[in-house]
Design a protein around this ligand. Structure first.
Ligand code: AMP
Ligand code: MG
Length: 275
């Protein structure tokens, strides 16, 4: 399928409008439009294959970069998206950066200090597994800093992301939207499977109890930090195959629009025969 048509269909289901409030109840986490699991598999595979070449061209061009921010509740599928998208990319052209609870050293700096150090350099793709948004999500929900401190962070984030995009970085932000019911099933699956049990944290149950607080915090972050230069997408994520198709399509389309070019070679090389 033509990538532009595919992208239009995905945008209809996932795009948000900067300046308009984001209300998550307008998105069904199980949404898949008129896609089926059967059509999605070859389309996703084609996207992942295309990403390999696009990432290589971005790397060769070495003037711009792409930052992909993944946010979502536990089990929303951040790790799954990374595995899927990265499968097609030469690791030399990309980096995955997970953000956990900040260290003492990180807490001694402003909240963007640790983030700025990890943004992708020219020529690279960076994937953030959680991000600076945790500082207006988990931090807000658990009152880890006083309200005036987290309130000021939305503007700081917008300015920061403007700085990045003015500097030839493209920023894509994905909120993986799962239902409470789907999360329960995935958490139980983690407990039941000895190869997944390590991912389970008793504190995941606390955030589950704070579901409505998180939802409000997400709606605020998605509304207040939704800009033309760094837009949010809401990705219905109860169906993993749709989540992967949507994200791989948006990343591929973004890179195709960026259309990275191989740099010109030194003059005179085209007829050079080595003997
Ligand atoms: P996981 O992504 O499951 O490995 O968990 C990482 C944990 O680190 C999550 O519980 C996040 O909420 C937490 N975390 C990430 N960033 C921050 C932050 N800035 N402040 C507090 N906790 C954070
Ligand atoms: Mg976890």
């Amino acid at each position: 399928m033509n990538i532009n048509n595919l992208h239009k269909r995905i945008e209809k289901l996932t795009a948000t409008e900067p300046g308009q409030p984001v209300r998550l109840d307008r998105w069904d986490p199980a949404e898949a439009g008129d896609f089926t699991k059967q059509d999605a598999a070859p389309l996703s595979a084609e996207n992942v294959q295309a990403l390999d070449e696009l990432a290589y061209r971005l790397y060769a061009e070495n003037t711009r970069s792409l930052l992909i921010v993944l946010q979502g509740m536990d089990t929303a599928g951040k790790d799954g998206v990374i595995r899927h998208v990265m499968a097609g990319i030469n690791p030399q052209c990309a980096a995955v950066v997970p953000f956990k609870r900040p260290s003492d050293e990180e807490l001694d700096h402003d909240f963007l200090w640790r983030i700025h150090q990890k943004v992708p350099p020219r020529g690279n793709i960076g994937i953030f597994n959680r991000s600076h948004y945790e500082d207006v999500l988990v931090v807000r929900v658990n009152n880890l800093v006083p309200q005036p401190v987290w309130e000021a962070r939305y503007d700081a984030i917008n300015h920061f992301e403007k700085l990045l995009t003015d500097g030839k970085m493209k920023v894509l932000k994905f909120y993986l939207h799962i239902s409470q019911k789907e999360q329960l099933e995935r958490l139980q699956a983690r407990l039941d499977d000895p190869t997944k049990r390590w991912k389970f944290c008793k504190s995941d149950l606390d955030s589950r109890k704070q579901w409505d607080d998180y939802r409000r915090a997400y709606e605020d972050a998605l509304t207040r930090c939704n800009t033309k230069h760094a837009p949010w997408h809401v990705i219905p994520a109860d169906r993993k195959w749709f989540r992967n198709l949507a994200i791989s399509t948006i990343i591929r389309h973004t890179l195709e629009e960026m259309d990275p070019q191989f740099p010109p070679a030194e003059p005179g090389l085209e007829n050079l025969k080595l003997i």
